[in-house]
Ligand binder design. Structure first.
Ligand SMILES: [Zn+2]
Length: 334
């Protein structure tokens, strides 16, 4: 199968579409239609260099079902436009671009995540809340790279059998204050029940010179964040709940609590984070209108951030005086 129709090839896509036609012919036209065929052709004509694996060549548009994308306020290109080398979708490369840019600003220069694995200083601590992401796959052996999942049936902070791989409830992060230089969440926060609490925890665990890099389903035309589930009662507020794909952990998908609106920035400010929406268009890495947020601790202070990143100027900002030990801290002080 892999030889005849390699993953992320047009031939493999044709097989998947044929299977789709047999299993649910009713929804076939939502994938195979004029608009999607044009997207597929455009992606095939591109020549991009993946900023995760370095693969060069055309991308693959998988002709996603457009209806759920519209219903979830997610642009289809974000969830496809696959690199034919590592399979990264556009959203993966957008997060990688934000991470590489953030490190570049601090004097750590790498064109791809693959290359970053060789040059990332050992004292830098990064948390990727998608333990299986393509970024995590390449940085997992770095001594400061932590990966997390949130699995039902596991204790908060429990080690999941690999080095620096933890079960983490973002509403109560088992890390000491100011532990991470970078925290990454890629389409995670819409699934967190008490998101304001999670934002405060992220702020607490972030170093003053660090950055919180994240993507969420975000629609700036919404008047405010659209609640799909009541976070207090956990009851659905919409007739058709939004489930996002989570094939490696939850076969039925994972329920989404919200689609974020522009008030997200105010909510982050209340948690002590200054966030900026960063639209990224870089055809050379196969990113068009990519949506990512970069956030840092808001309060400027003169406090020195211990061990700064190389090349780091005074971008330091600190939270000020709320250092508190965490009862279930899994990470020893260093
Ligand atoms: Zn790639």
């Amino acid at each position: 199968m892999n030889r005849a129709a390699p993953p992320y090839s047009s031939r493999r896509l044709a097989l998947q579409l044929a299977r789709h036609a047999l299993r649910s012919p009713g929804t076939f036209v939502q994938r195979v239609n004029g608009a999607n065929l044009a997207h597929w052709r455009d992606a095939r004509a591109l020549h991009a260099t993946c900023n995760i694996c370095g693969h060069q060549g055309p991308l693959l548009d998988e002709m996603l079902d457009l209806q759920p994308c519209a219903r979830h306020h997610i642009r289809p290109a974000r969830e496809t436009l696959r690199c034919r080398g590592c399979g990264s979708k556009m959203r993966d490369r957008v997060v990688a671009a934000a991470l590489l840019d953030m490190l570049f600003d601090r004097g750590i220069i790498a064109p791809t995540i693959e290359a970053l694995a060789d040059v990332l200083p050992t004292h830098i601590r990064i948390l990727d809340t998608d333990a299986n992401s393509r970024i995590a796959q390449r940085l997992r052996h770095h001594p400061g790279f932590h990966r997390s999942l949130f699995l039902p049936g596991h204790a908060n902070g429990e080690n999941l059998g690999e080095e620096r791989l933890f079960n983490i409830d973002l509403q109560e992060m088992p890390f000491r204050d100011r532990y991470f230089h970078v925290i990454i969440t890629s389409d995670v926060m819409e699934h967190v029940r008490l998101v304001d609490r999670a934002h405060r925890e992220i702020a607490r665990c972030l170093r003053p010179i660090g950055e919180y890099i994240f993507t969420v389903p975000y629609d700036e035309t919404l008047p405010r964040t659209w609640l799909l589930v009541d976070p207090e009662t956990d009851e659905d507020l919409v007739p058709e709940p939004h489930f996002h794909r989570d094939p490696e952990i939850r076969r039925q998908g994972i329920r989404s609590y919200r689609v974020f609106g522009p008030d997200l920035v105010d909510d982050l400010a209340a948690a002590g984070l200054t966030a900026e929406f960063v639209p990224i268009t870089r055809p050379e890495i196969g990113v068009f209108d990519g949506d990512v947020f970069r956030a840092a601790l808001a309060q400027e202070t003169s406090e020195h951030d211990g061990r700064a990143l190389p090349g780091q100027a005074a971008k330091a900002a600190a939270q000020g005086g709320n250092a508190r030990p965490s009862a279930s801290e899994v990470v020893a002080s260093s």
